[in-house]
Design a protein around this ligand. Structure first.
Ligand code: IPE
Ligand code: IPE
Ligand code: MG
Length: 249
């Protein structure tokens, strides 16, 4: 294991949080509402958590908005989700910009319409120079897709003779992943009760701390977010070392 791996910090510095915002459909179903009502309500939760992340001085927040597998949903739901994505990109961007937030979209954007791609480009350009929270929206994102696209780029370099196979190390792979140049996620939150990764960030979850809650995403709020952070802060991150080694530091 490389010697420069991060060590546990007392109270655990929190730089990057990633969230699977799950449970929108069940939230709506419980209220005899269409699933889409849950997705709309989920957007309000997201606003709260973005502003709490700014307050907490978190460097990066990565949210799973649409997975590479979500295309398997009924066409009607997919279309409504695309509409909501376009609306959010239009209506939220001004406020994000005013709050010095830098928006990034990670995922295979080629599957989105020209209109959505245009809105994404405009939103990224507008917030490009902001120095506050980095908000990564994972859209048509999959952890496997990310590793695959990185591998393709690395293979091209090898083919062109600019990289030798034996020169490929963990840093090489990281340089080509969508979340490059950002601290690795420290805390992974999943709402909605499922205890799985669902092909979200894979590579960078290697030493991430997990927090699962049964709360459905539209009911998630700042209080529960702070509870997750509190839980994270009290954990001992050992990165392969022993607890004794860390307590001596
Ligand atoms: C998460 O909520 C939002 C997206 C996947 C877009 P779900 O829509 O998965 O809600 P449940 O899991 O069916 O309740
Ligand atoms: C993961 O939730 C994707 C998003 C929240 C965008 P899903 O609801 O799609 O995950 P599975 O299908 O239950 O694993
Ligand atoms: Mg779900």
């Amino acid at each position: 294991m490389p010697a420069d791996n991060p060590t546990s910090v007392k109270g655990n510095a929190l730089k990057h949080v990633c969230i699977i915002m799950d449970g929108n459909g069940r939230w709506a179903k419980k209220r005899f509402m269409p699933r889409f009502a849950g997705h709309k309500a989920g957007l309000s939760s997201l606003r709260k958590i973005v502003s709490a992340s700014v307050e907490q001085n978190i460097q990066a927040l990565t949210i799973f908005a649409f997975s590479s597998e979500n295309w398997r949903r009924p066409e009607k739901e997919v279309n409504l989700l695309m509409g909501l994505f376009a609306t959010a990109l239009t209506r939220e961007i001004k406020k994000l910009n005013e709050n010095n937030i830098q928006l990034r979209v990670v995922g295979d954007l080629s599957a989105f319409s020209d209109k959505i791609n245009q809105l994404i480009s405009e939103a990224i350009a507008l917030t490009h120079n902001n120095t506050g929270l980095i908000l990564n929206v994972a859209a048509n994102y999959g952890g496997r897709w990310d590793i695959t696209q990185a591998t393709q780029k690395i293979a091209k370099n090898v083919q062109q003779g600019t990289l030798l196979p034996e020169e490929i190390n963990e840093n090489t792979i990281e340089q080509y992943l969508s979340l490059k140049d950002q601290p690795e996620p420290d805390l992974f939150i999943r709402t909605g009760g499922e205890k799985r990764i669902s092909n979200f960030v894979l590579w960078q979850l290697a030493y991430c701390e997990f927090y699962f809650t049964d709360v459905l995403w539209p009911d998630f709020n700042k209080k529960i977010f702070l509870e997750a952070i509190e839980s994270f802060s009290s954990r001992q991150r050992r990165f392969g070392r022993t607890g004794d080694q860390l307590s001596k530091q």
